[in-house]
Design a protein around this ligand. Structure first.
Ligand code: MN3
Length: 326
């Protein structure tokens, strides 16, 4: 009997997931003067640790205790309030430490910056929108920059330790930046001046990490950096698709241009990270394919022959795109 009890205890403790404080990548005083050492120390060692202790307690004996935390949060309505509050508390603070840095002047990646400018006009207007939302969150909570279901950026706030992953909040998405607006995050230094805390926190936001999180959800397309393939693609798309539908006018008008854009792939620079992936023989093949299309057009060949040749060029183009993705 004793052995049996012992093994049951052993098995549950082997299988029960035990959350622990994640490592902090900078000392407590590293974010001075914007976030003070005392606040960092209490926030991390006491507040965050308490969420973790209570989360471990709240999940004890739960059959889903070993699911990844994100999965638990996505279905948090099926769990106790203790899991909601402390699971959120652990997740939110882990993300918060990651998106802060003592490094000065980190910048969003070109990919994130484009999306920000497209949707909010500028990085500054995004910041003031976030500050505005953070200020108007009544009581304790968080303000978030998320990627929503349409892969668009969106600014939302949530009360308490709720977050955008949870099935209990209005707008869901993947958080890529979160700012703690609980008083415990700023009171020692800023007292009631949440506004000043929000203004200052931008000095220690880690835009490189925010960009990494963004690009995990919205991967960069090869078209973003490789201008020559973007230009080739434009001509290919507006000649090939009409041809598929029986309209050969566009290719007959633009076969020279298609060939020029193909040749340009060879002479224009290929961005660094793609250089090793793209097989130059495939580009040579694409040039030959486009030469053939152009010759057929010039010699007024039969439509069927032009379509066949254009099909071949289109296949070769996709081979190049495929190489880029591997
Ligand atoms: Mn906090």
């Amino acid at each position: 009997m004793r052995n049996l009890i012992f093994s049951v205890v052993l098995i549950t403790s082997v299988f029960a997931q035990n959350y622990e404080l994640p490592k902090l990548n900078y000392p407590f005083n590293a974010l001075e003067p914007y976030i003070d050492e005392a606040t960092m120390r209490v926030h991390y060692e006491k507040h965050h640790q308490t969420y973790i202790n209570n989360l471990n307690k709240a999940l004890q004996g739960n059959e889903n205790a070993n699911l990844p935390l994100e999965e638990i949060l996505k279905n948090v309505s099926k769990y106790s309030d203790a899991v909601r509050n402390n699971g959120g508390g652990h997740y939110n603070h882990t993300l918060f430490w990651e998106i802060l840095t003592p490094q000065k002047n980190t910048q969003p990646s070109a990919h994130l910056k484009n999306a920000v400018e497209k949707q909010f006009g500028s990085l500054d207007s995004l910041k003031s929108l976030i500050n505005q939302k953070g200020l108007s969150q009544f009581g304790s909570g968080w303000v978030w920059l998320i990627v929503n279901a349409d892969k668009k950026l969106e600014v939302i706030s949530t009360p308490n330790q709720d977050n955008p992953l949870m099935d209990v909040v209005k707008v869901n998405g993947t958080p890529i930046l979160g700012i703690d607006v609980w008083e415990h995050a700023y009171y020692l230094k800023y007292q009631n001046k949440r506004n000043e805390y929000l203004q200052n926190i931008w000095n220690v936001i880690n835009w490189e990490e925010v960009s990494r999180k963004y690009e995990k959800v919205v991967p960069k397309s090869i078209f973003d950096d490789w201008v020559a393939i973007k230009e080739f693609h434009k001509v290919m798309a507006s000649t090939f698709h009409p041809a598929e539908e029986g309209n050969l006018e566009p290719i007959k008008m633009r076969s020279q241009e298609l060939l020029d854009k193909a040749k340009n792939l060879k002479t224009a620079p290929i961005p660094g990270e793609l250089k090793s992936k793209v097989n130059l023989n495939t580009i040579d093949k694409l040039i030959k394919d486009c030469e053939k299309v152009h010759k057929l057009v010039k010699s007024k060949a039969k439509d069927a022959d032009i379509i066949n040749a254009l099909n071949q060029a289109h296949d070769t183009f996709h081979q190049i795109i495929g190489e880029c993705r591997h």
